[in-house]
Write a protein of this length. Sequence first.
Length: 298
Amino acid sequence: MGIIRAAHLIYDYITRDDETGTETASRAIDDVDLDVDAGDFIAILGHNGSGKSTLAKHINALLTPTGGSIWVKDMDTKDENHTWDIRQSAGMVFQNPDNQIIGSIVEEDVGFGPENIGVPTDEIWQRVDQSLKAVGMTEYRTHSPNKLSGGQKQRVAIAGVMAMRPECIVLDEPTAMLDPNGRKEVLRTVHELNREAGVTVVLITHYMDEVIDADKVFVMDDGKVVMQGRPKEIFSQVEKLKALRLDVPQVTELAYELKKSGLPLPDGVLTIGELTSALTPLLGTGHTTIHHGGSYVD
Ligand SMILES: Nc1ncnc2c1ncn2[C@@H]1O[C@H](COP(=O)(O)OP(=O)(O)OP(=O)(O)O)[C@@H](O)[C@H]1O
Ligand SMILES: [Mg+2]
């Protein structure tokens, strides 16, 4: 059974009109089932307001369900006895690194979480060392976070979460405020944590190219999970994604358009490499090669 599971999860935000005192409920999560295996890298896509952040906050017990249930490591988030364990098992990283960094020196910031829960000093330093190493920020340990780039700050924020030794991290658009370099740094870091430390990753993003290496993709719309599958399965359905107001990776779109215009190409092309090897045999002589450098179009 998965490390994160949800069954018939429902969440209503209640808004209260101060003048009339009437309360209205609006449904942000509408009957969601979810099953995430330990060690997986999961991506969640969806148009603005589709319920991604609301779902993320349930994994961390920041919100508790209006209906249905969600479990982290078999702990029901509704059970307040488990809130602490759940928050420690599933760390959260948000969009704005400036709101997550509190220390005035990088290593202090990373050690703050463990210190707060009474981890012995020796072990705090061990955790700080390991976490900074894991995000590639060791050389900045005595720097002031203020002077770091956005990508570096976000990596410090991730190190702070890692210092709590979570089994799972949930990242809610962690690259939305970063430049292309910062985005790459953070993505690389998250993939390394997944591969090397075996941390389960739930990545919420608007960027399609951040999704292609995920084990599984969930697509949300209007509070529901409307598609789920491997990236290739998801990106084979270009028209459906467009109907959900989502883009597809540029190379996928190009392959899709070429196919529509008559070239015999497969569905769900995700990388330039795949596209060139599908195109090369179609170029006639068989002697033509298309050179390419990166793994996907930026
Ligand atoms: N605090 C709140 N009070 C009332 N309604 C809210 C609140 N937060 C979110 N909502 C509503 O709940 C729905 C889901 O919002 P949510 O923030 O989970 O979506 P999202 O997919 O994360 O969007 P985005 O891509 O813009 O981050 C939206 O209709 C939103 O307006
Ligand atoms: Mg959101």
